[in-house]
Design a binder for this molecule. Structure first.
Ligand SMILES: Cc1cc2nc3c(=O)[nH]c(=O)nc-3n(C[C@H](O)[C@H](O)[C@H](O)COP(=O)(O)O)c2cc1C
Length: 308
């Protein structure tokens, strides 16, 4: 079976070095299984399931359909500490091989995950946090560049990935604006070992997003994306038309809303990255992956060579 291999995708047993990134409210178990079948790493935030019981049932559902790898995102500071530890233990019980941590210090989660043989990827927007996470035991660092969907950084992907790569011992995972094969090729050329793709997969058949949300992703342009901290107190990218007039939110209220599992703001205000410019069609995850891989292979063979 043809594969595209990097050291990290090999370690994970993936056919292609692609992660379907976790997305609050949107990622679901159907996406995780479709990703496994397409040979990439599917993921979802544990908080997309309202209760511990629903989370366990989702893992059971996934495990009944695939024994391939997938990942679960644990949002440290946004999750009630008891629920956080419970979800981690449930992941380890179901042999989830990748735990993706964000919003907090992953030391304790990494210690427990490693003891059970799981890997931890941690997402960052700065080298400073990447070095800390590496010290805390992260096995891979997700560099979230400018223009990414969700909470994004401000550093250009052209700088962020090679900069992290030069300064870290652990592999770099490229997040931000990747929607096509040529972008995946650039991310790998810049030193990343996995392409971490969120926005493109909103416009997948399996994604739980509203149809209007999916259409906004395939019809939008980069100018439709606004980078603001007005929704959750942390800078993130949103579709302009869904933002209610840039009112600065009360940070404490927004955080409480997420902790209580409501996430009301992220339900009504739609996050997406600048990669919407290159997402053209709503289709199944398998077909999106095929298209990305085809373009990757094509663009790689067309890169100008050194000639005499
Ligand atoms: C709607 C949406 C929700 C997101 N929710 C989360 C989340 O709950 N946890 C997380 O770590 N990252 C979250 N992200 C960020 C993604 O995991 C990933 O870093 C990002 O989508 C990559 O950039 P791209 O969207 O340009 O591909 C979210 C992104 C989007 C678009």
């Amino acid at each position: 079976m043809a594969r595209i291999r990097t050291p990290l995708s090999d370690r994970l047993g993936l056919r292609y070095p692609i992660v379907c990134a976790p997305m609050f409210i949107l990622s679901n178990k159907e996406m995780v299984v479709a990703c496994a079948e397409a040979g990439i790493l599917g993921t979802m935030p544990s908080l997309n399931l309202r209760t511990r019981e629903e989370f366990r049932a989702a893992l059971e559902w996934i495990r009944a359909r695939t024994d391939r790898p997938f990942g679960i995102n644990l949002t440290i500071k946004l999750t009630d500490p008891e629920r956080l530890m419970h979800d981690l233990e449930t992941c380890l019980e179901f042999k989830v091989p990748v735990i993706i941590t964000s919003y907090g210090n992953p030391t304790e989660l990494a210690r427990r995950a490693h003891a059970a043989g799981a890997m931890v990827f941690h997402d960052v927007i700065h080298l400073k946090h990447a070095l800390k996470a590496q010290e805390s035991g992260a096995d891979g660092i997700i560099g979230v560049a400018a223009g990414a969907g969700g909470h994004a950084g401000t550093t250009s992907p052209f700088v962020l990935y090679p900069y992290l790569r030069e300064n870290l011992k652990v592999p770099v995972i490229a997040a931000g604006c990747i929607a096509t094969g040529r972008q995946m090729a650039s991310a790998l050329a810049l030193g990343a070992e996995l392409a971490y793709i969120g926005t493109r997969f909103i416009a997948s058949t399996e994604c739980g997003a509203d149809d209007a949300y999916k259409r906004a992703v395939i019809n939008g342009s980069p100018e439709d994306i606004v980078y603001t901290d007005s929704v959750s107190g942390v800078h993130a990218n949103f579709l302009r038309d869904t933002l209610p007039g840039y009112q600065p939110a009360d940070r404490a209220t927004a955080q409480k809303d997420i902790q209580q599992g409501g996430g009301k703001k992220w339900k009504d205000i739609w996050s997406a990255g600048q990669g919407i410019a290159l997402a053209k069609e709503i289709k199944p995850i398998g077909a999106i992956v095929e298209e990305i891989v085809r373009e990757y292979v094509d663009v790689r063979s067309r890169l100008p060579a050194l000639e005499d």
